[in-house]
Design a protein around this ligand. Structure first.
Ligand code: NAG
Ligand code: NAG
Ligand code: NAG
Ligand code: NAG
Ligand code: NAG
Ligand code: NAG
Ligand code: NAG
Ligand code: NAG
Ligand code: NAG
Ligand code: NAG
Length: 806
């Protein structure tokens, strides 16, 4: 190896040259191979994913989103129902600690964890190149096109590796090329360290084939899969031994890759036929055609939104890892890093969450779709006490509603499991389903893990219902509402009609439950005073989620003309949910009493879920409650909250809902200074700690929330514009009611906006803090207070212009 100092000098000279081809808002790029997984270039087609390391011997970490650690497990604790009755009774008697212990002993499931998300394996490409002789090296991810490229020169020849994840063709494609004819030698193999059944290579008729067949565990009936790569070249010769396909003397080599798992193809022959069909078709069409259609489709999604928060100048011309470093000291000089992060979030959602009809889709999990570990952090599962919900916060507002489809698929998988758990664990036999704080690809609905601050929380379905109704509010898609969302809402609500009990002066109350994942100090008069406990009756968040759920049911019944018990019950129960309470410091209370918090700086913002993503605590809905939510939020932050990437991202949206743009930007900068790894993935506590995609999605959603809100029946333009972002432009954001919004601002004020009605309906507009009063809509003076809503038809377009001096 050449000395590092020299190497850096050469690289930085090159970096200056290379930067010309990169857009600081669009490309993440580097001048050396990935040092670890969290520096790789992540791409995906929503089902298959690749994380490209760009090393001398190329390493591509491969994933398929239904490769998990095993079959469905019925984990329900046989004592769960008795435990439930006892814990509830103990809570009613004030025996908090004993209640907590009962939930652990008798209600925790056996085993405690659902299935875990697993890697597929790796594609290795051995070029015979020594890293120290690779010069003029760059690799980049294009968040607009969704592809990744590695380029370098080696002994006078330029080498390029290009990686595509094609949604239309349903596969991954790689093109390797050399600038000289016959300049390319490469040996290709598929690698996996566990449960391999077959790993083979062949080269019939001059086409290379790599096959990997594997189970994913030693359980009976494990998930199994077949992966296959077909390799073709321009020039050169393709040979193989038992494990590798070797190409010598080519100018280009193309690789097409697909996988079929037993989750989607229970009959392995049918799965393999599907792979064969796709790979043959790709070979016939050729790499260029596959690439063209993949990028055209990808850019049709990414291109729906354009964001400009100001240009970075020289600071934006540097490689992304250097920008991240510099940002720690001088955040103000690189505003485009926030734009890049916003675009990276949208890229990540498209890459990890696509409809896979006719087979079942799977949503973005804790790591989106990228995972290299057999024991990933928190199992890489679907955690539903904020994380899966957060993954989809950007979907609607950033014009990617179609990416939501796999959530519907997963929830439809959950329902029958949750109906079964509702019956056996709670004796609720009315078609209602329950979901605790995690699920897996089988829809596992039983309690998860074994701790009093997370396990016994029967509210997962209520919180996910919030994402469901938002999908309808944004898209106005009545067919999806009727056919898919309504059955899910109906079943979620039914469970609670059975499960809730009257307590505290007749309020319909949950319990045993908790406020994820915080603890309180048991007060005097309850057993055992002074101990930390998590389990209680009717924590504020449960009430907030039930308020939203019953409201959603009523809204859906009205939209679909549904009457009868479902509507009547929702109305009845909505009136019996305890409203948010305000404590002695003016804060929203977290629990039913003003317990002392074990961690006042807790990362979860559970008690103010009604501020964001809910709307009950927002200023335009109720100023008293919004002020109390702010007290709690400020207090959390003063005590060190925002302490994980996703918590910080949630904080951004919460301040956006409080219409405080400067606070949003403060937390935006803190997020970018603290959490991203080299490849922009969100982490728990900074580079080197666990990767979790939720913070990326929460970040993207929050930037949108800063520029456009629409929860209070009002399309609110620039509600929380930071003073640090005086000038900018955004197009393609979506407001509830299916209005598409484009805005331009300068000097901290809106200069022009266009609102397009995709569905039609009532449109009420507010601009910034509402005090800038006068503006025109299509040339006519507009004042929401005396004019009322505009009645819009699908296709209508409204141009909003502030009146000078108004
Ligand atoms: C709660 O108190 C009631 C009334 O004193 C008693 O009957 C019941 O057994 C107590 N429950 C538990 C679980 O101790
Ligand atoms: C859960 O924790 C409790 C208390 O430590 C213990 O008694 C119980 O066995 C645990 N349950 C499982 C399934 O591990
Ligand atoms: C890197 O590329 C530049 C521009 O093409 C070229 O001038 C330079 O010689 C290359 N550097 C090396 C070490 O090959
Ligand atoms: C490719 O491999 C052949 C045989 O090992 C070797 O002769 C040739 O030099 C190699 N070509 C390159 C460009 O490395
Ligand atoms: C197949 O070829 C590769 C190099 O191209 C080599 O590393 C590997 O050991 C060979 N495998 C066998 C079984 O010969
Ligand atoms: C190889 O080519 C022959 C002749 O065209 C054909 O019959 C055979 O099916 C091909 N084999 C494979 C594996 O494609
Ligand atoms: C994996 O699958 C093979 C082939 O179906 C089977 O024979 C084997 O027992 C399985 N191995 C494990 C560890 O489950
Ligand atoms: C290749 O990727 C795998 C999976 O991500 C990782 O475990 C391994 O460390 C990487 N190997 C190298 C040499 O980079
Ligand atoms: C705001 O919420 C408080 C507390 O729940 C309630 O008393 C008040 O009526 C609400 N105000 C409005 C305008 O809804
Ligand atoms: C955010 O605000 C806090 C408290 O005022 C301050 O200490 C911190 O430096 C600010 N951070 C940034 C990035 O502006």
């Amino acid at each position: 190896m050449i000395p590092n100092v020299l190497r850096l000098a050469v690289l930085s000279a090159w970096a200056h040259f290379a930067s010309a081809q990169f857009n600081p808002s669009q490309h993440s790029w580097y001048t050396s191979p990935a040092a670890d997984f969290a520096a790789s270039l992540p791409i995906g087609n929503g089902r298959l994913a690749a994380a490209v390391w760009g090393s001398a011997t190329e390493n591509v970490t491969l994933n398929e989103n239904s490769i998990w650690s095993g079959p469905f497990q019925d984990r329900l604790n046989p004592n769960a129902y008795q435990g439930f009755l006892e814990a509830r009774s103990l809570l009613q008697n004030g025996s908090m600690t004993d209640a907590g212990q009962v939930t652990l002993m008798d209600m925790a499931s056996i085993p405690t964890s659902p299935r875990e998300y697993h890697p597929l394996g790796e594609l290795r490409l051995e070029f015979g190149h020594m890293e120290e002789d690779m010069v003029n090296y760059t690799r980049y991810l294009d968040t607009h096109k969704g592809n990744a490229v590695v380029e370098y020169e080696y002994r006078g020849v330029k080498y390029t590796r290009e990686y595509i994840a094609s949604y239309p063709a349903g596969l991954l494609a790689v093109r390797l090329s050399a600038s000289e004819p016959e300049g390319l030698n490469v040996s290709c193999s598929l690698v996996r360290s566990r449960y391999v059944i077959e790993r083979s290579a062949s080269s019939p008729n001059g086409t290379g084939t790599l096959r990997l067949r594997a189970n994913t565990s030693d359980a009976d009936n494990p998930i199994s899969f077949t992966a296959e790569a077909r390799i073709t070249s321009d020039g050169g010769r393709i040979v193989s031994n038992s494990t590798n396909v070797v190409v010598r003397g080519a100018s280009t080599v193309d690789i097409f890759f697909d996988t079929a798992t037993s989750y989607r193809h229970p009959d392995p022959e049918e799965g393999e036929a599907e792979i064969d069909r796709k790979l043959r078709s790709a070979l016939r069409r050729g790499y260029n055609a596959i690439k063209k259609s993949a990028i055209a489709e990808y850019t049709s999604l990414t291109g729906r939104v354009g964001l400009d928060l100001g240009a970075s100048g020289a600071a934006g011309q540097l490689p992304t890892d250097v920008r991240l470093q510099n940002y720690q000291a001088t955040p103000q000089s690189d505003p485009e890093l926030a734009t890049l992060m916003f675009n990276f979030g949208r890229h990540s959602l498209i890459a990890s969450s696509r409809r896979t009809y006719p087979t079942r889709g799977l949503p973005a999990n804790l790591q989106g779709i990228w995972n290299q570990d057999y024991e990933p952090a928190w199992g890489g599962k679907y955690t539903v006490d904020v994380n899966l919900q957060m993954n989809y916060w950007p979907a609607e507002v950033t014009n990617l509603a179609d990416m939501f489809d796999p959530v519907l698929d997963l929830m439809e998988t959950v329902v029958p499991r949750g109906v079964d758990v509702a019956k056996r664990m709670y004796r609720c036999d009315n078609g209602g389903y329950v979901l605790h704080h995690n699920t897996d690809l089988w829809g596992d609905a039983a309690p998860v893990d074994n701790g009093t601050t997370w396990t016994m929380w029967p509210m997962g379905s209520a919180w996910l219902s919030q994402n469901l109704i938002e999908h309808y509010r944004f898209t106005r898609d009545r067919r999806v509402l009727r056919e898919r969302i309504w059955p899910l809402l109906q079943s979620a609500a039914r469970f609670y009609y059975c499960y809730l009990f009257e307590f505290d002066g007749g309020y319909s109350s949950s319990g045993p439950s908790l406020s994820p994942e915080n603890a309180f100090v048991v007060p005097a008069g309850m057993a055992e005073a002074g101990k930390d406990e998590g389990i209680d009756i009717a924590p504020t968040m449960d009430n907030a989620l039930l308020h939203e759920l019953f409201t959603s049911v009523i809204e859906t019944c009205e939209a679909l003309d549904i009457t009868g018990d479902d509507l009547d019950n929702a109305k009845k129960y909505l009136g019996k949910i305890k409203p948010p309470q305000i404590g002695t410091q003016g804060q929203i209370l977290e629990w039913r009493q003003e317990y002392e918090e074990a961690d006042p700086g807790h990362r979860h913002m559970s008690p103010i879920v009604g501020l964001y993503p809910g709307s009950q605590l927002t200023p335009l809905v109720n100023q008293t409650l919004a002020a109390a939510a702010k007290v709690l939020l400020d207090r959390r932050i003063e005590h060190g909250s925002g302490s994980t990437g996703w918590s910080r991202a949630w904080t951004m949206s919460l301040y956006a809902r409080l219409l405080d743009g400067d606070a949003v930007w403060n937390h935006t900068q803190a997020f970018l200074q603290t959490y991203p790894s080299a490849n922009l993935w969100n982490t728990d506590s900074g580079p080197g700690s666990a990767f979790q995609i939720d913070g990326n999605f929460g970040f993207t959603a929050a930037i949108a929330e800063m520029l456009l809100q629409s929860h209070g029946g009002v399309v609110h333009l620039l509600p929380a514009l930071p003073s640090a972002v005086p000038t900018g432009h955004v197009s393609g954001l979506v407001a509830r009611g299916n209005f598409v919004v484009e805005m331009e601002w300068a000097g901290g004020a809106l200069t022009q906006a266009t609102i397009k009605a995709r569905s039609g309906g009532e449109l009420t507009i507010r601009v910034q803090d509402g005090s800038r009063g006068v503006f025109t809509v299509n040339g006519e003076a507009y004042n929401a207070n005396n004019r009322g809503p505009i009645s819009a038809s699908a296709g209508d377009s409204f141009v909003i212009v502030p009146v000078a001096g108004g």
